[in-house]
Design a protein around this ligand. Structure first.
Ligand code: CA
Ligand code: CA
Length: 299
């Protein structure tokens, strides 16, 4: 299996990034990832204000996938996420939503293991490993790994976990897939600007899909399908993901436009992925059971 080392990272997704490795269509790849702090927070005296900000949000890669051409879709099946034994989270003034009220900076180290994340003596949370940053290169320019957009990136969608399939756009030859910023657990919104930030290893299988009709990025979990959409404000992100799922139901599934809208209103769940990054991200979830009844099969 191809292994991409965690010292091979980028801080922007760009067509100009040199590939860290080349993979074949259908290959399984293991990405070793650093946490979003680049490993700079190891103990509770390590504070956000003292970090080297040029090392924030490293994404491992990029990997060039042979046969991926602009206009194709890259299917990324997330097979396994292994986490390091400890995570870190930080709250600080002016960071995220809770930073609007916070007056002091605090770091918390969270032991992780046996499927659990220890928050404090009273509270232990079930581990729910997810990928915060995952994307392909945009067609032109460089997009910081801190920013989510149509190429994916820092979407901080807690549903992007093991056993799910993420579809990403291929904007340049080889797609240039990169990822990082794992969280051991995170709530929708990521309101203090951090999940349980952690290093780890992600095993994925990559497949190039020709001629797919999906609004990208698009995620299929064990029980739901969802467009993921990012925009400068939450209103625009919410509208964007809703209209993309409407288009999916019409163009890919074959529904009548009015029924697509009605169905989304009756059974779709519009949710916030994160409310704290340079673009905000929302998702509109539709139960897979509904798509099954409509006879839709994912590419
Ligand atoms: Ca993130
Ligand atoms: Ca993060």
């Amino acid at each position: 299996m191809l292994r991409i080392k965690r010292d091979t990272v980028v801080y922007a997704m760009s067509p100009d990034n040199a590939p860290a490795a080349r993979a074949k269509d259908g290959d399984t790849i293991l990405f070793e990832t650093m946490d979003c702090f680049g490993g700079q927070i190891q103990k509770e005296t390590d504070q956000l204000g003292t970090l080297d900000w040029s090392r924030i949000n490293p994404a491992t890669g990029p990997v060039y996938i042979e046969g991926a051409q602009p206009g194709d879709t890259l299917k990324v099946e997330i097979l396994l996420i292994d986490l390091a034994p400890q995570a870190a989270t930080v709250e600080s003034p002016d960071s995220g939503v809770t930073g609007l009220a916070a007056t002091e900076e605090h770091t918390k180290i969270l032991p992780v293991g046996e499927g659990k994340v220890v928050f404090n003596e009273a509270i232990t949370l079930p581990e729910c490993a997810m990928i915060g940053v995952i994307g392909t290169a945009p067609k032109a320019g460089a997009i910081s790994t801190g920013t989510p957009d149509l190429h994916g990136g820092n979407m901080d969608c807690k549903r992007i976990g093991a056993g799910t399939t993420l579809y990403l756009p291929v904007n340049v030859e080889g797609a240039l897939l990169a990822m990082g910023d794992l969280h051991a657990v995170m709530g929708d919104g990521e309101v203090c600007v951090c999940g349980a930030e952690i290093a780890g290893e992600v095993t994925v299988r990559v497949t190039v899909v020709k001629g797919a009709t999906l609004p990208l990025p698009f995620l299929v979990t064990q029980d739901a399908a969802m467009a993921i959409y990012s925009a400068p404000g939450l209103d625009a992100a919410a509208e964007g993901t809703t209209l993309r799922m409407r288009s999916f139901l019409i163009d890919a599934v074959g529904m009548q436009p009015h029924e697509a809208g009605m169905l989304l209103s009756l059974t779709g769940d519009l949710r916030i992925c994160q409310a704290v990054d340079p673009n905000k991200t929302c998702r509109m979830e539709v139960p897979l059971s509904i798509l099954d009844k409509l006879g839709y099969v994912f590419p």
